[in-house]
Ligand binder design. Sequence first.
Ligand SMILES: Cc1cc2nc3c(=O)[nH]c(=O)nc-3n(C[C@H](O)[C@H](O)[C@H](O)COP(=O)(O)OP(=O)(O)OC[C@H]3O[C@@H](n4cnc5c(N)ncnc54)[C@H](O)[C@@H]3O)c2cc1C
Length: 373
Amino acid sequence: MAPPPRMLLLGAGLSGGLLALALAELGVEVELAGGSLADSATGWSYGGVPWWAGAANPLGELLATAPRRWDQLQQRHGELGLRPAQLWLHWPEQAPPQAVAKVQQALAGLPQQPELTALSAHEAIEQEPLLAGADLGGVMQLPYWRVDPLAFQQGLERAWAAAGVQRCAPLPADELRQRLEQGESVVLCSGAATLALLKAMGLQTPSALDFSWAGVGQCDGAQLAAERIVMPLLGQRSGREAAVSGAAVICDPGLAPAPGGGLLVGQTSWFDRPIDDPPPVDEDLEQLSGVQSRLVPSLIESSHGPLRLQQQPVAYSRDQQPLLGPLPGCPNLSLFTGFGGPFALVPALTPLMAQALVTNDWSQIKGLGLLCR
Ligand SMILES: Cc1cc2nc3c(=O)[nH]c(=O)nc-3n(C[C@H](O)[C@H](O)[C@H](O)COP(=O)(O)OP(=O)(O)OC[C@H]3O[C@@H](n4cnc5c(N)ncnc54)[C@H](O)[C@@H]3O)c2cc1C
C-alpha cells in the first residue's frame, strides 16, 4: 500500500490552521510550521465573518456558506470561537449624505439580502452606551458572526492534536528551499510573510499579492454592550488596497471585542512599509487615539488607561481575489493567501483547496478565478 501523502504547511494562522485540519481529514500527514496565533494577523483580528459580502457569482455563493461551514467545523472539532453578532456600520455627523445613501443602496442590493436595520445616532447610543459623545450621524446594522481569536487558538490546538497534525517551529527560507528541493509538497499559508519568503528563495512573486502593516489599540476593561463589531460605513481600506498608490496610511474607526476580554479600538493600515520595519509606535498610537476620541471619548476620561498597541502585517490581493494553488514554475509549492474577508472566505474555500492539493485537480479553483497568477 502506498504511504499516505505528506504535506508541509507554513503558517498556523486562520488559513494554515483550517487547511491543516481539512488535509488531515483527507488522510494527509500534515506538518504545520508556525508560532502562536498571537504572532499573526488572525490573533488580533476583529474576526468578523462577512458572509453576505459576495457578488452574485459562484464565489459569492460560496462565501455565503461560511456560517454553515463554521458550524460544521465546530460540530466536528469542538468550540472554535464562533459567536452570533451584529455589524454596525457607522458614519460621522458631517458625512456627505449622497455618499452615505450610495453605500446604503449597495447594501440593500446585496444578492444575499442580509436584514438591514437603520439606527439614528440617539438609538445607537442608547443600545451602546460606550458610544456616548461619539461623532455619529447614524448606524446601519447587519447580521454578522464573529470568531473570537483566543477561543479559536485554543480550539485549533485541541483539534490539531486530535487530528494528528504535527507542529514545528517557523521555517527559515533556506530550510524551506531544501525541503522543496527534496521534493516535499509545501503550502505557504504564511500571510504577509509570503512575499519575503518567495523573494528569499529567488522565486517569482505573484504581482497581485501585497501586504500592509495593521495597528490596533487594545483597551483593557472596557466592553461593548453586545456581541458586536463597529466599522465605518465609508471605509477606505479596500479601495486603497486595489490602488497601486495612494495614502501611506489609512485609519478605520472601528471597535470589536478584544481576544479574551477588553476592547479593540481602530485599525490602521500602513502601506509601502517593509515587512521587517513596522510603523513607528508613537505615530500608530496617535492615529488610534484619534479614533478613541472620535468614537469612544468616554474611555479617555475613564480609568481604563492608555491604549496598548498591537501591530501585525496583513496580506491582501490587489485584485481582491485570493491566490490559491501551485506557484507557476514550482509545482510542489502552493499558495493559500491574499484573502479579503478571510473569516468568511477561508472556511468556505478550505475543503476545495484541500481536495485540489490531494488530487492535483485545480479545475474548480481555476473556475472560480483564484488559481495562483
Ligand atoms: C485589526 C484587524 C482586524 C481585522 N478584522 C477582520 C475581520 O473582521 N474579518 C476578516 O475576515 N478579516 C479581518 N482581518 C484580516 C484577517 O485577520 C487576516 O487577513 C487573516 O487573519 C489572515 O490569516 P492568514 O492565516 O492568512 O495569515 P496570518 O494570520 O498572518 O498567519 C500567517 C502566519 O504565518 C506565520 N509565518 C510567517 N512566516 C513563516 C514561516 N517562515 N514559517 C512558519 N510560519 C510563518 C506568521 O507568523 C503567522 O503566524 C483583520 C485584521 C486585523 C489586523
